[in-house]
Design a binder for this molecule. Structure first.
Ligand code: ARG
Length: 475
């Protein structure tokens, strides 16, 4: 059991169960480097403002540097009874540099300290996520490019509807992940705000320079209201919401890979290195990776719900409930990152079964709309054409045939408008290549989309690199 900073006021020692119940160090330890960076910036600001002496400041900064190295090398045993990472580091600092360490906490509270740490942490993690969403989209584009001409059945209600290019289908996911990236980038604006200096809740009587601390920590913006700064977590909610939406997209992709790799579809094969077998049925190869991604979407949504629920009834400003924000956040960061990474690695190795896709697209009357559109070009109103082709479909079904297998004589029984040129219209290639409307599945559209995507990705890669360089040169 350790001494507490608040011992002066208390007549009794903290109960053991309370120490472990209230402790967060088991999980907030991951913030240690951000805590130290934040403390160093705070300390430099205090010295610049002559709130503490330069000499004290340099002792504190050196001590903090040693602690960072000790934690990194595993030479720091964290003490649960010291509650959280902030107090563990502070206690250690006293051990390192003596009583001068006690000056570090001037004009600061753990309330603004903890939210600073989370913001610094999340800012880095969002940069990583932006990066990996670029990687994931590169994998999708490369796969689309490699299989640019493959035709598959497109579905609505999971019923075969109209043929589409497999590459077009993949590029639909490219668009979803592009918006996800934009959402994280947008969330970053709200994350990247400096809260230090709000102190416990009301600000401080010391002549602090928050702009200077912000500059040291590379924050483009500083909090405007001290109560808001210590008690708001909407920047986390926004991140968790963006992560949840991104997981919806990953989960839908997973669902498709699971379906497509089933014996019934047989459209794709998941590489052996990304599948697992059964302990009892020797023939089986299971899509556990996409299944787990689909499953993990649930816990990511749960983390968003946890935070919304955690915050909804809290009066201003800080309440200890808010300590519960961290595990939800960390779990979502870890889950999202690993899911993106696993797909970045799996997708380039996905085996695509062109024959199976094209065979599936060739039966089941996927060319019925095109037949109706054909009649429209011959002067029939679309609704009449729809009914007429519906009758042709029923006839073909009775005959156990596809539309393209009927003779012109058969077709003419339904409409005089049918001519020999209908058969060209009914081929898979024509059905796809004639859909040239903007964003439609015609190959030229998909090729353009891929080219545009490649340009955009190049810019993102350059941007990510320059960010990384910037971060490196400043730390
Ligand atoms: N461990 C706490 C948290 O994560 C740090 C802030 C504690 N502040 C306080 N007034 N008890 O929220």
């Amino acid at each position: 059991m350790s001494e507490k900073p608040w011992d002066g006021r208390f007549a009794e020692k903290t109960d053991r169960i309370v120490e472990s119940f209230t402790s967060s160090v088991a999980f907030d330890r991951r913030l240690y480097l951000y805590d130290i960076k934040g403390s160093i910036a705070h300390c430099r600001m205090l010295a610049k403002q002559s709130i503490i002496s330069d000499e004290d400041a340099s002792q504190i900064v050196e001590g903090l540097g040693r602690i960072a190295r000790d934690i990194e090398h595993g030479n720091f045993e964290l003490d649960e009874s010291l509650e959280d990472i902030h107090m563990n580091i502070e206690a250690r600092l006293i051990g390192e540099v003596g009583r001068v360490a006690q000056k570090l906490h001037t004009a600061r509270s753990r309330n603004d300290q903890v939210v600073l740490d989370i913001r610094l942490y999340l800012r880095d993690e969002v940069a990583n996520i932006l990066n990996s969403l670029t990687g994931l989209r590169q994998a999708l584009v490369a796969l689309a490019k490699r299989h640019i001409d493959v035709i598959m059945p497109g579905y609505t209600h999971l019923q075969p509807a109209q043929p589409v290019l497999f590459s077009h289908h993949l590029m639909a996911y490219y668009e979803m992940f592009k918006r996800d990236r934009a959402r994280f980038k947008e969330a970053l604006k709200r994350i990247n705000v400096m809260p230090l200096g709000s102190a416990a809740l009301a600000g401080t009587t010391y002549p602090i320079d928050v702009g200077y601390t912000a500059k040291l920590l590379k924050f483009p913006e500083v909090f405007a209201n001290s109560l808001d700064a210590v008690s708001s977590r909407d920047f986390i909610m926004e991140f968790l919401a963006a992560a949840s939406i991104c997981m919806v997209h990953m989960s839908r992709l997973s669902e498709e890979l699971i379906l497509w790799s089933s014996a019934e579809f047989g459209f794709v094969e998941i590489p052996d290195a990304f599948a697992t077998g059964s302990s009892i049925m020797p023939q089986k190869k299971n899509p556990d990776v996409p299944e787990l991604v689909r499953g993990k979407a649930g816990r990511v949504f749960g983390n968003l719900m946890a935070l919304l629920t955690l915050m909804k009834g809290l009066p201003l400003s800080y309440n200890r409930d808010m300590q519960e924000d961290k595990e939800a956040l960390f779990d979502t960061v870890d889950t999202l990152k690993v899911c993106i990474e696993v797909y970045e690695k799996l997708l380039p190795r996905l085996k695509v079964n062109r024959m199976a896709m094209e065979k599936a697209a060739s039966s089941g009357f996927l060319n019925a709309t095109d037949m109706a559109d054909y009649l429209v070009t011959k002067g029939m109103a679309f609704r009449d054409a729809h009914r007429c082709v519906g009758e042709v479909v029923r006839y073909a079904m009775d005959q156990n045939k596809e539309l393209q297998d009927l003779s012109l004589g058969d077709l003419k029984k339904f409409s005089k408008a049918f001519e020999e040129d209908i058969f060209e219209i009914l081929t898979l290639q024509q059905m796809v290549s004639r859909r040239v409307s903007p964003g439609g599945t015609a190959k030229e559209n998909v090729v353009n989309a891929i080219n545009e995507a490649q340009e955009a990705l190049k810019l993102e890669v350059a941007e990510d690199k320059s960010h990384k360089r910037k971060r490196k040169t400043t730390s």
